[in-house]
Design a protein around this ligand. Sequence first.
Ligand code: AMP
Ligand code: MG
Length: 399
Amino acid sequence: MLELDEALDRVTGSLAPLNSEEAPLHDLPRRILAEPLVASLDLPVADNSSMDGYAVRADDLKGARPENPIPLQMLGVVPAGEVPQMTVLPGTCVRVFTGSFLPVGADAVLMQEETEADGDLVRCLDPVTPWENIRFRGEDVKAGTRLLESGEWLRARHLGLIAATGRAQVRVSRRPRVGILATGHELQEAGQALAPGAIFESNRVVMAELVRQVGGIPTVYPLVEDTMEATTRALGQAIDENDAVVTTGGVSVGDYDLVRPAIETLGGRIEFWRVRLRPGKPFVFARFDEKPLFGLPGNPVSAVTTFMIMVRPGLLKLQGARSLEAKVRWCRLKESVSNSGDRPHFFRVRIDEHEGLSSAGLQGSHALQSLSQADGWLRVDPKQTLDPGALASIMVWDD
Ligand code: AMP
Ligand code: MG
């Protein structure tokens, strides 16, 4: 049985990034940048106003007060989107709006609320300090700066930056196509009355969504019967049609656990089987040339847990991500937890509004209700006891 960290190293160490492609802005979220993003222009592109008001010379307004207004002659208007043609000379001002480029000669903007307009005469009721209410060219981004590094996992927060620098598309790793299979005689599709002895299949839909969350394109395949013939055929097809395959079930030591023999029949190489991990010990990692196959245990909680720990970093590595680390939150235990077993135990936990941690409920690897209420996983190592009040980092979902 492999130690967890070693297993994870073997997965990520054996996978290389797929090739890259140009993708348009709307197709960037959750994809991984395959080039550094370098700014081709300054942002803001010109000095501009941060207020609706008047571009002025700060010197003109010394001593302005509501009871002592200073009048300025308005030379004209600069709507946002136009290049100002006039020069602000002593005793004059120009009407501007948020985003209007600053006319030559002006060194501040007086807020509209601090003025009274009377035709072309603007009475200024307050002074301004030099450069007040002005956003400078290049203060946010300087042309030539590296804004994002290759390997960055793009999220909503990056998109505005990319768009504002004028990029219609950027180079990102190709999305891995991931085939998703569930094995088991007992499994039945939802939508019809449950047959005697059957259970409703519940892993593929979860795996598909988890794949999407790390930027992959899932393809869900029909249920696979526990026969060598069916398992070999289904695995072979999924390997042919995808960059990676995720299976659930059939990787244990029972008579109907046929995923490993099917991999071997198809000429795949089993890199390892069984990881010191709870839930999720019977995990298989295999390769068909460069294509990985992740054979997850069938128990729904084991499947999700091993996906988060082993498959997620693998799929990120296939896309050249710089960080393969799980997303974590630091929380404080509200109750004690201990692991008397010999494998690291990933307890499903809830996080309250004060970052306090408690069990999500029944901890069995079949327990879907507690999984649905879990915010993440608390790792407790063999023979470890964590007391109430202890601080712990929690692996949380990526959604
Ligand atoms: P296995 O890993 O095939 O031995 O399955 C372990 C347990 O998980 C058994 O109770 C199975 O019925 C259950 N199981 C396996 N695959 C699924 C699935 N896709 N959906 C729901 N339960 C499953
Ligand atoms: Mg089975």
